[in-house]
Design a protein around this ligand. Structure first.
Ligand code: BGC
Length: 764
């Protein structure tokens, strides 16, 4: 497919002035990674307000009994202290000209350059380059060029490994073995306190003056939890000193080195260092950029013509969607902030199934399968949660971390603005829709990919086991119906509600799907039926599902066609929300009202009923969707980054292109936008999936409906053309949409594909 990827400026995210008070934004949005490592783009020289962060997927640790498990902030290897003619290099001192910091999202390289004049007048031109290799999971490479502009300079470098990093104060690591091999290679072993994961961090420097490699004569600094090397080099006016630093991280949890002792990991890391040193920065950058091309840009090309920012926004989403996904290991999943910050502790939410999974299913099914295997592998935690609450089957944790951790949502967070007491986080107890979201993810994955092997090994069981939970969860009401009382639905501003429409309909869907598969297995796959019947007592469960589906209360639309979000929402009072709708920062309402008061107001944090319309598109008529969209959108503050994309996609479905485009633009600027504090704790992973959903599901019109592929595109006025690819049951389809045309080509062409385009049935 002829994508025009040639214009370099289409791929650059640029900062053109430095503000030491607002470091968090670039650290997060410009972060680097490969799904194994996630590195915040904190600068080489250190600043007071920085938040350095290096995260290794899946290495969860619990700091103490009062805290939940979190992804620890690993030792930092990117900081370098530079002293030039006796003055410490810092952009808060002296004067800085020609400053830029750029992330090239196409190659995954971060670059920073400037002309710096020290307070005493020494002038140097500096350029910093950095990658986290997409080709070599364990590797970070850096290059620094320092040119003496008009006088000789003495450069002192102090650089190494700093194991004093914490997660806002929680120190997850022991002090450990520090080594300095051949007076060159620095190594530090640390172990997490509770989960006992060993981290082997290794780094080596290479210095070159005018192209000549300098012999390394280091001064060594070893202190508690840190080890550094010091080098001094003199350069004449006009000369350029190049410092390259190659670092690696291996942990005892890594699958690719499974079974190795710490000593063997140390040995392996040493060899890695030598190899990296001999390859050099440029070769490492090249091979990693090629990997980006193959794994992302050629695999899932998308092009929007007509608006450069929108085109960038969808590529930027794809960039982060690759950074955040642990495609190498099914024992871990995507964190709500990816690997770009401490926010949400690296935990996985429903964000994966509803907002992120579609991207991977349609573009990279192998990775999607890993995400879905994770849910199967974490069944022990789901069983433990059900048992703990006296239910049956698999009750998935609202927040998940390591496979058998079970529920890891913190119990308390923030403070009640009226009582001053800690606010209880009810999600971990009663935000139960996650269980059917997981089942829905399984179904989506299996139908779109046609991966029957997954279903036979894991999928059927997951759908049955989650349905068993739901049947045990329902409560008999006085009206002869079964109810789901006391829950939090997707809209987290409403706690302890009964019959949340999303929860009830999705539970119903989950049990129906289990019944459908029960028949299918019995008739077509008797061995699997036997195996699962032995394990889950399907015959008995079937009776419970049948009764539950018949009796489960499903909220119906009002006379005005509004589907009630829960049993109280529509009778709560309305207040003037304009102040909060116009807010710069999310959560303004929680500073004026406590959660109990918010519960009495018709106000939503995020899309709720609308997510139901999005997932189960064909069960509600258009009038209900439209009336509900209007009712709830007026009352939704989009205080969660998950909200805008759903509104945009649904507005597209309703033919409201201008509204859809407006919500898409807002969704696209959640991390890219001008609010400098909003990404400090990390990027908003689900919003990137949401941006892709806006483009491909919304304007691109793609949907899997009842097992069939439908494409009903409709471009916003601002675009002239949209091209994308999707993989449907193993066949890669190239879709091109212009104002009046849609073309779909089967690029794989090994199987016939049936689909519906703009209401017409077609066969490719
Ligand atoms: C949202 C949840 C979401 C979580 C993690 C919360 O603020 O309300 O729906 O799962 O963030 O992204």
């Amino acid at each position: 497919m002829g994508m025009d990827y040639s214009r370099i400026e289409d791929w650059i995210l640029r900062e053109d002035s430095f503000d030491p008070e607002k470091l968090g934004k670039c650290e997060a949005v410009m972060s680097l990674g490969n799904g194994y490592l996630g590195l915040r783009s904190a600068t080489e020289e250190r600043y007071l307000n920085e938040t350095r962060g290096l995260f290794v997927a899946g290495t969860f640790n619990k700091f103490d009994e009062n805290e939940v498990t979190e992804l620890p902030n690993a030792a930092d290897m990117t900081a370098m202290s530079l002293t030039i003619n006796g003055e410490k290099f810092s952009l808060t001192e002296g004067t800085t000209e020609d400053y830029t910091r750029e992330l090239n999202i196409r190659t995954g390289e971060l670059k920073r350059s400037m002309l710096w004049t020290s307070p005493k007048g020494t002038k140097v031109r500096l350029a910093f380059y950095r990658i986290v290799s997409l080709k070599r999971l364990h590797v970070i490479a850096q290059r620094v060029e320092i040119t003496a502009v008009d006088s000789d300079v003495k450069v002192e470098l102090k650089s190494g490994i700093n194991g004093k990093m914490t997660n806002t104060g929680s120190q997850h690591f022991s002090d450990g073995d520090k080594r300095f091999y051949d007076k060159r290679i620095i190594q530090f072993v640390q172990t997490t306190g509770q989960s006992k994961i060993d981290f082997v961090d290794t780094t080596v420097h290479k210095l070159e003056l005018e192209g000549n490699v300098l012999p390394l004569e280091a001064e060594v600094y070893i202190e508690k939890r840190e080890i550094f090397a010091g080098y001094t080099v003199e350069a004449e006016a006009g000369q350029t000193l190049v410092i390259e630093k190659y670092s690696s991280v291996y942990t005892s949890r890594d699958l690719d080195v499974e079974g190795k002792t710490v000593a063997q990991l140390q040995e392996l890391a040493l060899e890695t260092s030598k190899e990296l040193e001999s390859l050099g920065y440029e070769a490492l950058r090249e091979e990693s950029a090629r990997q980006w091309e193959e794994e992302v840009w050629n695999l899932a090309p998308i092009q929007i013509e007509g608006n450069g920012m929108d085109n960038f926004a969808v590529h930027f989403a794809q960039y982060h969607l690759r950074l955040m996904v642990p495609a190498h290991d099914a024992r871990m999943n995507i964190g709500a902030k990816g690997l770009s910050g401490e926010g949400y502790k690296g935990h996985t939410f429903w964000d994966t199934e509803v907002f992120l999974l579609p991207y991977y299913i349609f573009t990279d099914p192998k990775t999607a399968r890993k995400l879905e295997e994770y849910r199967y592998l974490s069944l022990p935690g789901a069983h433990a949660k059900a048992e703990h609450n006296n239910y049956k089957g698999a009750m998935f944790p609202w927040e998940s971390a390591w496979l058998d951790d079970g529920e890891v949502t913190p119990e308390y967070m923030d403070v009640d603005i009226l009582t001053g007491k800690p606010n209880k986080v009810w999600s971990g107890f009663i935000e139960q829709h996650i269980t059917s979201d997981v089942a829905f993810g399984v179904w989506q994955y299996s139908v779109i990919t046609g991966d029957e092997d997954y279903m036979e090994r894991y999928g059927y069981e997951l759908i049955m086991d989650t349905a068993i939970f739901w049947a045990s969860r329902l409560e008999q009401g006085g009206d002869g119906k079964l109810h789901i009382n006391d829950v939090v639905g997707p809209d987290e501003y409403r706690e302890h509600v009964n019959d949340n429409a999303f929860t009830n309909y999705m539970a119903h869907w989950n049990m129906q799907k289990a019944m459908e598969y029960y028949h299918l297995l019995k008739e077509e796959k008797p061995e699997i039926y036997e195996r699962l019947n032995g394990k889950l007592h399907l015959d008995e469960a079937y009776g419970a599902w049948k009764e539950a589906c018949e009796k489960l209360y499903l909220p119906t639309p009002t006379e005005e066609n509004v589907l009630p979000q829960d049993d109280r929402y529509l009778s709560c009072r309305d207040i003037d929300l304009s102040k909060y709708k116009a807010q710069e920062h999310v959560g303004g309402i929680t500073r004026d009202y406590n959660l109990e008061q918010i519960n009495q107001i018709q106000v939503s944090k995020q899309a709720d009923v609308l997510v139901l319309f999005f997932l189960l598109e064909d069960i509600f008529p258009q009038e209900v969707k439209k009336a509900s969209w209007e009712h709830y959108e007026a009352r939704t503050l989009h205080d969660s980054s998950l909200s805008l994309s759903t509104h945009s996609v649904l507005a597209c479905d309703m033919g409201e292109k201008a509204m859809a485009y407006d919500r898409f633009r807002k969704a696209a600027t959640i991390d890219l936008g001008p609010f400098m504090g909003s990404s400090n704790a990390g990027i908003h992973a689900a919003s990137f999936g949401g941006v892709w959903e806006c483009v491909v599901y919304g304007f691109g019109g793609v949907r899997m409906l009842g097992g069939n592929l439908r494409i009903n595109p409709s471009l916003p006025d601002e675009w002239t053309k949209l091209s994308y690819t999707i993989i449907w049951k193993g066949q890669k389809l190239a879709v091109e949409v212009t104002k009046g045309t849609v073309s779909v080509k089967n690029l794989t062409g090994t199987k016939q594909v049936e689909l519906e385009v703009n209401g017409e049935k077609c066969v490719l």
